[in-house]
Write a protein that binds this ligand. Structure first.
Ligand SMILES: Cc1cc2nc3c(=O)[nH]c(=O)nc-3n(C[C@H](O)[C@H](O)[C@H](O)COP(=O)(O)OP(=O)(O)OC[C@H]3O[C@@H](n4cnc5c(N)ncnc54)[C@H](O)[C@@H]3O)c2cc1C
Length: 457
């Protein structure tokens, strides 16, 4: 007779590596809702070798697992049911190497994005993936979800910054693909398959990430525009700036809410059109500033800007970013709401937004929204409240929004991933051949569906 799973796991990871009871129930798998893991155990391996032994044991026992990074994911990918135990990377959080020659970093999967950013900055380098959740979001979690964030239009999503990866497969096999080279065409790009796989193909343990020199200039303006046509024209002009690093749009429903909640978050008077935070980061402070001012002047002269504030200090830069990073205001003022991170063509956004609002209002009779996003990467976020029963109606709200989105050939998630929340909608938005290839890949690597079994599809 084999020993109980908790005892067998304890033999691998020791006392410090295994949590149970209140240590488990006090945690949440979701950053905004209290959703404790229901399986009763959290395993915390300290090394890839320990994780490999854990997965070999789980594979032999048919024990399903869910990987946990910083638990900031918003699509339910880290939810763990009664039959699942959690594997947390929280004891594997070292920044192992910052190499100025690459420049690159070698990092354990449990390190936070912020810890990597700080270690890179200490050597005059910069890890450009940047999210509001960077203090808790981990390198493993951001690779698993191919996280985007605020500076994608300049430096790309996590995938574009990933050179190599190490992972443990469902049966305990260690795949070390810790490539450090920019050019390496030796077969399948396994890192690109693991990136964005949401923990369904393997558990990421280490990564090699590209760094860039730390920018020495950061110029930020907060502007309002009169309408969508001006917004699109402003984006086109901003794209001519070689130093453009962010173009973050806040529609009036978002800005009115945030500006009303906090007078410190009202840099320009609310108007009829959207507001935009435009950021430039470069390496020549004086000429970068001059170029940025010329861009603003030119946009103003051409009637694209209604009102503008240009940050004059690092403090003002942070204050302007606070207007855009106001997730807590939305949570406080609008809960319960359903949150969307959809992608669609820039030209389609103008017809899409009123159409989706009309469809929601017609279906539910009540509607409040907050709309914002990374327009330069086609990505908009919508928080939608349809009354006190919004949480119970989540699936219906999603069906309405995704139904309208299908008409525009958009993506139901731009950066947060499918998780558990959106999996029922995925097949309708993917080609059947794509679904089949994903299924075959998953079946080949994890035939018993032990890894994140309710995630993705
Ligand atoms: C305030 C706030 C702002 C945010 N802003 C952004 C944003 O701008 N852009 C963006 O893309 N996202 C954003 N997010 C979402 C979230 O931060 C990202 O999805 C992030 O990548 C999740 O990382 P995590 O370590 O918290 O992962 P978790 O939430 O722990 O897990 C997310 C998924 O990845 C899997 N996973 C975790 N670690 C591993 C691993 N080592 N190996 C394999 N699978 C793993 C989990 O099983 C789960 O399916 C935001 C969230 C919050 C709360």
């Amino acid at each position: 007779m084999s020993m109980p799973i908790a005892q067998a796991l304890h033999a691998i990871v020791g006392e410090i590596g295994l949590l149970s009871g209140e240590d488990v129930s006090a945690r949440s798998c979701d950053p905004f809702r209290n959703v404790p893991p229901r399986g009763g155990l959290i395993v915390r391996p300290a090394s890839t070798a320990e994780l490999s032994a854990v997965m070999a044991l789980c594979s032999a026992r048919g024990q399903a697992v869910v990987a946990h990074g910083g638990r900031t994911g918003v699509s339910g990918g880290a939810y763990a049911g009664e039959s699942e135990i959690v594997v947390s990377l929280e004891r594997m959080r070292a920044v192992l190497e910052i190499s100025p020659e690459g420049p690159l970093a070698v990092v354990e999967a449990g390190a936070s994005v912020e810890a990597l950013q700080q270690a890179a900055a200490a050597q005059g380098l910069f890890y450009p993936v940047d999210l509001g959740s960077k203090g808790s979001a981990t390198i493993g979690g951001t690779i698993a979800t191919n996280a985007g964030g605020n500076r994608v239009l300049r430096w790309g999503m996590t995938r574009q910054n990933l050179l190599g990866v190490e992972a443990v497969l469902a049966d305990g096999t260690v795949v070390s693909s810790m490539n450090r080279l920019l050019k390496n065409n030796m077969g399948y790009a396994l890192k690109d398959i693991l990136c964005g796989s949401e923990g369904t193909l393997g558990i990421i343990t280490r990564a090699v990430l590209r760094l860039v020199p730390q920018p020495s200039s950061q110029d930020v303006a907060f502007v309002s525009v009169t309408d969508h046509a001006a917004l699109v024209a402003l984006l086109a002009r901003a794209r001519r700036l070689p130093t453009l690093s962010a173009f973050e749009v806040m529609w009036p429903d978002y800005y009115d809410l945030v500006a009303a909640s906090d007078t410190g978050r009202r840099p320009v008077p609310p108007g009829t059109g959207p507001c935009v935070l435009v950021e430039s980061m470069g390496y020549h402070p004086e000429s970068d500033r001059r170029q940025f001012e010329e861009f603003l002047f030119d946009a103003g002269e051409n009637g694209l800007i209604a009102d503008a504030v240009l940050a004059e200090s690092g403090k003002q830069v942070a204050e302007l970013w606070r207007v855009r990073e106001a997730a807590e205001v939305i949570v406080r003022a609008m809960s319960p709401f359903v949150s969307f991170d959809i992608s669609l063509g820039v030209a389609d956004i103008e017809p899409f937004l009123p159409r989706v609002r009309d469809a929601l209002l017609q279906r539910f009779g009540i509607l409040r929204t907050a709309t914002f996003g990374h327009l330069g990467d086609n990505n908009i976020h919508i928080a939608a409240y349809v009354g006190p029963d919004t949480a119970a109606l989540e699936s219906e709200v999603e069906a309405v929004v995704f139904g309208v989105l299908r008409g525009y050939d958009g993506a139901i998630t731009a950066e947060h991933g499918i998780g558990q929340h959106k999996r029922v909608f995925l097949p309708a938005h993917k080609h059947t051949g794509e679904m089949e290839m994903m299924r075959r890949l998953r079946d080949a690597l994890d035939p018993d569906r032990l890894l994140n079994r309710d995630v993705l599809f």
